[in-house]
Ligand binder design. Structure first.
Ligand SMILES: N[C@@H](CCC(=O)N[C@@H](CS)C(=O)NCC(=O)O)C(=O)O
Length: 229
């Protein structure tokens, strides 16, 4: 097997794929990309001109696989393990795909908007866009809290692609836009995510880079040390 993951240990979408890889103990080689360094991004751009990370390269099949949801589906097709992140049952699979989209589009994307606005050059901020992102997160948190009633994981009893998407989105969103204190289902789900070994490992590997996070000062102390829960 010769899988290479072009990634950065702090990047939330990279966490989503790392969690999937660790869940199924898939062997891969991480290739760290510094998005601010043209020398470092050249190999990535040659494979995926959009320039977003992560991107998976499968040397055995000479296949470049971008986009986290597609990467996870590809891993399941060709490097499956004990944890089926896309369920066999078609209805359950649709549900997992739906909540994967919800966490990416309505948690991670607005979270990224808030984070990246902080590092824009002077005069380049977008207060309207940031306020809109905060409203999106409020709506998403309420939806997720309702969805989680009586569930262990995002779509039921089994850990799926939706939980891989949820963990990094909620981790960083909880720092830049804390949950409403009344959302008990969301709060307890978040703690279960933090306790999951694949997620704890991903966060542990990201920890040396937390000083680069634009909202570093807002990180709760418990996130700064191993054994986050
Ligand atoms: N839809 C993409 C999103 C990937 C993404 O936004 N990655 C971020 C890092 S977390 C990135 O590459 N940002 C750099 C940029 O936007 O220039 C996916 O699911 O793979």
């Amino acid at each position: 097997m010769s899988l290479t993951l072009y990634m950065h240990p702090l990047a939330s979408f990279c966490h989503k794929v790392l969690i999937a890889l660790y869940e199924n103990e898939v062997t891969f080689r991480p290739e760290t990309i510094d998005l601010g360094d043209p020398g470092s991004t050249a190999a990535l751009l040659a494979k995926w001109p959009v320039g977003k990370i992560p991107v998976l390269h499968d040397g055995d099949r000479e296949r470049v696989v971008p986009e986290t949801s597609v990467i996870i589906e590809y891993l399941q097709q060709h490097y499956s393990g004990p944890v089926p992140l896309l369920p066999e049952d078609q209805d359950a699979r649709l549900e997992a795909r739906l909540w994967d989209r919800v966490f990416d589009l309505h948690v991670s994307v607005p979270m990224q908007k808030i984070v990246t606005d902080r590092i824009r050059p002077e005069g380049g901020n977008d207060p309207f866009g940031v306020a809109d992102a905060r409203r999106t997160l409020d709506t998403a948190y309420a939806m997720i809290d309702t969805q989680l009633a009586g569930k262990r994981w995002a779509t039921g009893d089994h850990f799926t692609i939706a939980d891989c998407a949820a963990a990094p989105g909620l981790f960083f969103a909880s720092i830049v836009h804390p949950f409403d204190g009344g959302q008990a289902n969301l709060a307890s789900y978040f703690e279960r995510l933090l306790d999951r070994p694949s997620i704890a490992r991903t966060l542990s590997e990201a920890r040396p880079y937390f000083s680069m996070f634009p909202y570093r000062e807002a990180m709760p102390d418990r996130f700064l040390y191993d054994g986050v829960s």
